[in-house]
Design a binder for this molecule. Structure first.
Ligand SMILES: [Zn+2]
Length: 340
């Protein structure tokens, strides 16, 4: 044990004793447990550029709706691939056909970008890149059968991950990372019924059964969904809490230590069928979902813009993009030197 370690241990011991004493001396309900003292990263954690991420959302929207089987979707796919390649990411495209909302055999693509492809273990970062064919929650009934722009629902997660690949290029990282953009996530049957659960997340369902590398396994995964809205708040999503609790709490602690506890809050949020569920079921490694589920009227739900035409560029707040982007960036660089 060197001096620094010894000093750290003394601090940790004092903190633990402090907590024990506090909880003995006070009403348990009012005891506030602070996030643990973070291990300091040896590597430099680069600054996430929220303007770049915002521009990546605008660019995706400029293609139009990204609905599998349409030319707009293909154009956006080509752009995502070119962005990945420009950042020296190795790209593999997985093609499959999807049936959704009355459409059949729609050409779909999972896009898989690998950083340091020969390195083990792998970390998976993912988002869905398709947008929704309908707006069933829009207050204007005449507009409910029209596709949404999906600035938050789809484009925001892609934008954050693309900016992170630029950071990986500018600040080479000693870590094996797979960036996976799942297709056909957001075109399921909108009744919230367990019987229609498998109409969602078609890209991750396909990938989980047919991983791009045989027997693919990552150490863990982080999924980003709805990570750009002005009223975003990230609670502890149910499947993540049940199956990837340590990773989830560690990530929220990191966020708190970085000053983002206003976005990352430790309340119990809803249980959401999202791509992480199929990855965990199919491939058996833990994966968390960073997904905005703000609390209102005693429960949590998606923001008011969800699956309405308000999910356009006006709902995006760069500060939300930065909070999520900076936390995930920090997690990756800290993972690379063992301090996460
Ligand atoms: Zn959605």
């Amino acid at each position: 044990m060197n001096l620094i370690q010894k000093f750290t241990n003394i601090i940790l011991f004092s903190l633990v004793m402090g907590l024990v004493l506090t909880s003995c001396g006070e009403d348990k309900k009012t005891t506030k447990i602070e996030a643990p003292v973070p291990k300091k990263a040896r590597v430099k954690i680069p600054a996430f550029d929220m303007d770049n991420a915002y521009a990546h959302i605008e660019k995706q929207l400029s293609f139009g709706h990204r609905i599998p089987g349409t030319p707009e979707h293909v154009a956006c796919k080509d752009w995502i691939v070119s962005e990945l390649k420009a950042n020296d990411v190795t790209v593999e495209i997985q093609e499959f056909k999807a049936d959704f909302l009355g459409l059949k055999d729609q050409q779909s693509y999972n896009i898989i970008g690998s950083i340091n492809p020969d390195k083990q273990p792998r970390i998976m970062l993912a988002a869905h890149w398709d947008s929704r064919l309908i707006a069933e929650k829009d207050p204007n009934k005449d507009m409910q059968d029209k596709p949404i722009m999906g600035a938050d629902d789809g484009a925001s997660g892609v934008a954050v991950l693309l900016e992170i690949t630029r950071l990986f290029k500018e600040n080479p990282i000693d870590l094996g990372v797979d960036i996976v953009f799942f297709d056909a996530e957001d075109n399921g049957v909108p009744n919230g019924d367990a019987s229609t659960e498998n109409t969602w997340c078609l890209g991750s369902q396909y990938w989980a059964k047919n991983p791009h590398i045989k027997n693919y396994k990552a150490k863990y995964g982080i999924l980003l969904d709805l990570v750009g809205a002005e009223d975003a708040m990230f609670g502890l999503e149910g499947h993540s809490m049940a199956n990837a609790r340590n990773l989830l709490l560690k990530t929220w602690d990191l966020a708190a230590n970085m000053g983002y506890s206003n976005y990352f809050q430790k309340y119990t949020a809803g249980t959401i069928t999202d791509d992480h569920v199929y990855v965990m079921r199919g491939r058996g490694f833990p994966m968390i979902d960073i997904i905005s589920l703000p609390p209102s009227e005693g429960k949590t739900g998606f923001g008011a813009h969800h699956h309405t035409h308000d999910d356009d560029i006006n709902i995006i707040d760069k500060n939300t993009l930065r909070a999520v982007g900076q936390v995930v960036t920090a997690a990756m660089y800290k993972e690379s030197d063992g301090s996460f």
